[in-house]
Design a protein around this ligand. Structure first.
Ligand SMILES: [Zn+2]
Length: 286
């Protein structure tokens, strides 16, 4: 945020006193936070005097700090920075109120007779001045009637400057806010982009994993299927082989037994035949 220094100097003078302006210059010149010891050294004043000024600015949140622990001494060292956008916001706010107040006074300057105490700048109505017998209740000095024409000139001078500062700060704030919201938008867009990318990546990874798994399972299934068919085939062939061997064995044994039987039968029959024959022979011989 690039701000005309004069409007910030004016603000700091008004709220924290003229002595703070030199501190402001040190803070505005520095690109990063400045240690309070360095400020004291630069201004040729004590650290306590620096802190006193800083606290006056801190009341309006115009300064921020970082701190570092001193490795040797063990205490914290504070590093200060001036908050320019906050200051501009404060200028806009204060100038707006000041303009309203002074415009009102200018409008009514002819209707009211005011009495002022020059040393302490107290201002009272004619009624109040009569009550205190034209003595200032704060410091005891004599009250003087305000010169309306003089006051009008003064008010106009103040109003001119206030309006100027208000315009500058208001424009700066609008720009600053637009830039900030743009930054935020950009950051959000980037965040969304990153999230989307991460999500897409995770999705792709999941898909790849699923495919891999599916492929593996498919192979396993196929392999298993092959194995089982092979096994089954083996089994069936084995079984078939067994069956056939059994069958052939049975057959051969059957055949063998039947042959044996036949042979037996033959052997049985033959003697019978022989017997018969012999018997016949014998019979015939007989
Ligand atoms: Zn007074």
């Amino acid at each position: 945020m690039k701000v005309p220094e004069e409007i910030i100097i004016d603000l700091v003078k008004n709220i924290a006193g003229s002595d703070t302006v030199k501190l402001l210059h040190v803070l505005l010149k520095a690109r990063k936070n400045v240690s309070e010891f360095k400020i004291a050294e630069k201004l040729g004043i004590s650290v306590n005097a620096v802190r006193n000024m800083i606290y006056r600015l801190q009341e309006y949140n115009l300064v921020s700090f970082t701190r570092k622990k001193d490795a040797v001494k063990g205490w914290y060292i504070y590093f200060w920075a001036f908050n320019v956008p906050k200051a501009v916001g404060l200028i806009e706010d204060m100038k707006k109120k000041s303009i309203e107040k002074n415009e009102y006074e200018l409008e009514h300057i002819e209707d009211t007779r005011l009495y002022v105490c020059k040393p302490c700048r107290t201002k009272v109505s004619e009624e109040e001045a009569l009550e205190s017998q034209f003595f200032c209740e704060s410091c005891g000095e004599i009250l003087e009637e305000q010169d309306a024409a003089k006051r009008r000139r003064e008010l106009n001078r103040i109003l001119k400057k206030d309006r100027e500062h208000y315009k500058i700060s208001s424009e700066l704030l609008t720009k600053h806010k637009a830039a900030e919201s743009k930054k935020l938008e950009k950051a959000l867009a980037k965040e969304k982009e990153e999230k989307d990318a991460a999500r897409a990546e995770a999705k792709a990874l999941k898909k790849a994993e699923k495919e891999k798994e599916a492929l593996k399972e498919g192979k396993v299934v196929k392999k298993a299927a092959k194995k089982t068919t092979k096994k089954a085939a083996k089994k069936t062939t084995k079984k078939a082989a067994k069956k056939t061997t059994k069958k052939t064995a049975k057959k051969t044994t059957k055949k063998a037994t039947s042959k044996k039987k036949v042979e037996k039968e033959k052997t049985i029959k033959e003697p019978k035949k022989k017997k018969g024959f012999l018997g016949k022979l014998l019979k015939s011989k007989k």
